[in-house]
Design a protein around this ligand. Structure first.
Ligand SMILES: [Zn+2]
Length: 466
């Protein structure tokens, strides 16, 4: 068994920081040894990593990615291979991607299909959520089989009528089914029926630029849908997880439900913390780079999202990584914003952007680890195998240099997409080494990963319930 000793670093976990050395044996963490003045251990290992001046973090867990996802006649540009490689560069060691049920197909066949895409192609470990887009008796029964197969979170959509949209009745049925098994329902909460009318009005009036994607999806309709999802979940007694929360109105609904003791949780994404409607309004169709749903909001929403992260009304930061190239993909929507594929690339930059929040004093160092790794692990049944630096846990470890400077750019990123939503953004902090189950995927700034290293994670139930 290969042993690795990480010395001299500051171990950061959700509960605090500690000057400690970490011994890895094979795929697991064997020991975390606090360093004390005057006390010297002598340990040997096959490989030594000097982490002096560095943070030693549990690997990031991004619970919301879309690799090679079909959308509007095209596919998101990252495969499982390129997407997990980019994730590792950015200090993420686990992704949970979405298997997408097409109407008229079974959940289990869908799961098989996604296994075939990911199997043997991932540089880091991965799991799946299931997108339920066709609620019927067979599908409802299959939800239990999905849980047995390690997939116990089911995503539904109040948006995208005619594609993924589910009626309130269908949502209630799926929530009742999930509730019987203890599974969590994830919700894309936007009122898609009303939005479709606003979109049609905008196009008919010749308002076709990307900024109208944002203006035709007002935050009130995210707030309304979030409230409605919360009410349905209360009636069904089902844990609810709101994905990619972007608006103050939606956050208020989540906070109220949580204050009332309901099992309601929410994530936000870096794009909602760092980008805004101003980016969607960039001239010459450049705004298309920033089209995602829910849309980027006016800057005034950002402060409340950071506050939500501090108060735990927002418990997780994921990326909703869904890259489409500007050329040939985003361009499908020139002259009609409603045809722009929805999604922003981000899997590589989540840890760095959140670290920028630490540097700016928005969140604390332990909170960074908590929202990026520990809570995602607990929320989706991976803890303590993942999400913590402790003896017995997987040796998913990131050595992070908090002083390094970097400039985000499409010229240097590793995602398979021809633009960066953060082009030119200068950040302090960067990943030096990423271990996945003890294996150096990124080794002192060099990619050493292999596509067959990552394994499927059969997940347990939500460990974060109130
Ligand atoms: Zn998504």
């Amino acid at each position: 068994m290969t042993t690795t000793l990480i010395t001299g670093g500051t171990v950061v976990t959700a509960s605090g920081t500690q000057d400690a050395d970490v011994l890895v044996e094979g795929e697991k963490i064997a020991m975390v040894l606090a360093r004390q003045p005057g006390v010297h251990f002598s340990m040997t290992a096959d490989k030594l990593i000097d982490a002096t001046g560095m943070y030693v973090l549990p690997g990031g867990i991004d619970v919301h990615t879309h690799m090679e996802m079909p959308f509007g006649g095209t596919f998101s540009a990252d495969t499982f291979e390129t997407g997990t490689r980019a994730a590792a560069w950015g200090g993420t060691t686990t992704i949970i991607d979405f298997a997408v049920q097409a109407k008229g197909t079974s959940l289990l066949a869908t799961l098989d299909k996604w296994h075939a895409k990911a199997d043997g192609n991932c540089a880091i470990d991965y799991g799946f959520h299931m997108i339920v887009s066709d609620v019927n008796e067979t599908t409802l029964k299959e939800m239990d089989a999905c849980i047995a197969a390690g997939v116990n979170s089911f995503k539904m959509f109040m948006a995208y009528p005619g594609v993924f949209y589910a009626t309130d009745g269908e949502i209630l049925l799926a929530m009742q089914q999930a509730s019987r098994s203890g599974a969590t329902v994830m919700m894309h909460a936007e009122n898609g029926i009303a939005i479709d009318q606003l979109v049609a009005q905008a196009i008919a009036a010749g308002r076709t630029d990307p900024v109208y994607h944002g203006l035709s999806r007002p935050p009130e309709l995210e707030g309304e849908a979030t409230s409605r999802a919360i009410t349905l979940a209360r009636v069904a007694d089902c844990p609810l997880y709101i994905v990619h929360l972007s608006a103050t109105q939606a956050l208020a609904a989540v906070a109220e439900a949580r204050d009332g003791g309901q099992n309601v949780f929410a994530e936000t994404c870096p794009q909602y913390l760092f980008l805004s409607l101003d980016d969607l309004a960039r001239p010459d169709f450049e705004g298309a780079k920033f089209v995602c749903s829910p849309p980027l909001r006016p800057k005034s929403h950002q402060d409340s999202l950071w506050r939500g992260l501090r108060t735990n009304d927002l418990s997780v930061v994921s990326t909703d990584h869904c890259p489409f190239c500007f050329k040939d993909q985003k361009e499908l929507g020139r002259g009609d914003f409603s045809k722009i594929p929805n999604g922003i690339p981000g899997v590589e930059h989540r840890m760095d952007l959140l670290h920028a929040g630490v540097v700016a004093g928005q969140i604390s160092l332990p909170r960074w680890v908590e929202v990026a790794s520990t809570t995602p692990a607990r929320m989706f049944g991976l803890y303590p195998r993942k999400g913590v630096i402790a003896a017995g846990s997987d040796a998913d470890i990131v050595i992070y240099d908090p002083q390094a400077r970097q400039t985000l750019s499409a010229a240097t990123h590793h995602m398979n997409v021809d633009y960066s939503a953060y082009e030119g953004l200068e950040l302090t902090g960067r990943v030096v080494t990423t271990l996945s189950r003890g294996f150096p995927v990124i080794d002192d700034g060099r990619y050493q990963g292999i596509a067959s290293h990552g394994t499927f994670l059969a997940r347990g139930l939500n460990q974060y319930l109130l």
